[in-house]
Design a binder for this molecule. Sequence first.
Ligand code: 8DG
Length: 150
Amino acid sequence: MSAGGSADRCGERTPVDVAVGVLIDRQGRFLLTSRPEGKVYAGYWEFPGGKLEAGETVEEALRRELHEELGITIGPAQPWKVELYDYPHALVRLHFCKVYRWSGEFEMRERQAMSWQELPVRVRPVLPGTVPVLRWLAEERAHQGPTHVE
Ligand SMILES: Nc1nc2c([nH]c(=O)n2[C@H]2C[C@H](O)[C@@H](COP(=O)(O)OP(=O)(O)OP(=O)(O)O)O2)c(=O)[nH]1
């Protein structure tokens, strides 16, 4: 029990569900985008995605978010990993999905930047909640050494 009493205990926050896409191209590169100005962690690199709206499945939310943010229409989203991440601003439950097919031209509709990356990731800084994904990719690919530059 924290000393602050029940009103300001922060361990009981309900997680916010977030759908995140790990888009992988034919050369095995994955897409990172930078967080737009005005959002928390603006300028940090992450896998594209966003919060689920009421009644949406993870796949529906991902399809909507990637269309809104990047202008593409994704094919099937393969559920991959689920990770809880406790930020000062929110407790988030990240639903990472792999996506191998999409259509349409990339358009940065929120004036963010995009970059196709391999390991180790060269863009920086990377969002803390993104780092575990880089480790999972490193395991899958038997990548040795750092996953990104600090
Ligand atoms: N998109 C994305 N979000 C991530 C990743 N890792 C991570 O911790 N997050 C966190 C950051 C945010 O707290 C949350 C995503 O929320 P967001 O603010 O980007 O979502 P949104 O586009 O729905 O935003 P908004 O409409 O509320 O402005 O998940 C990641 O790899 N990709």
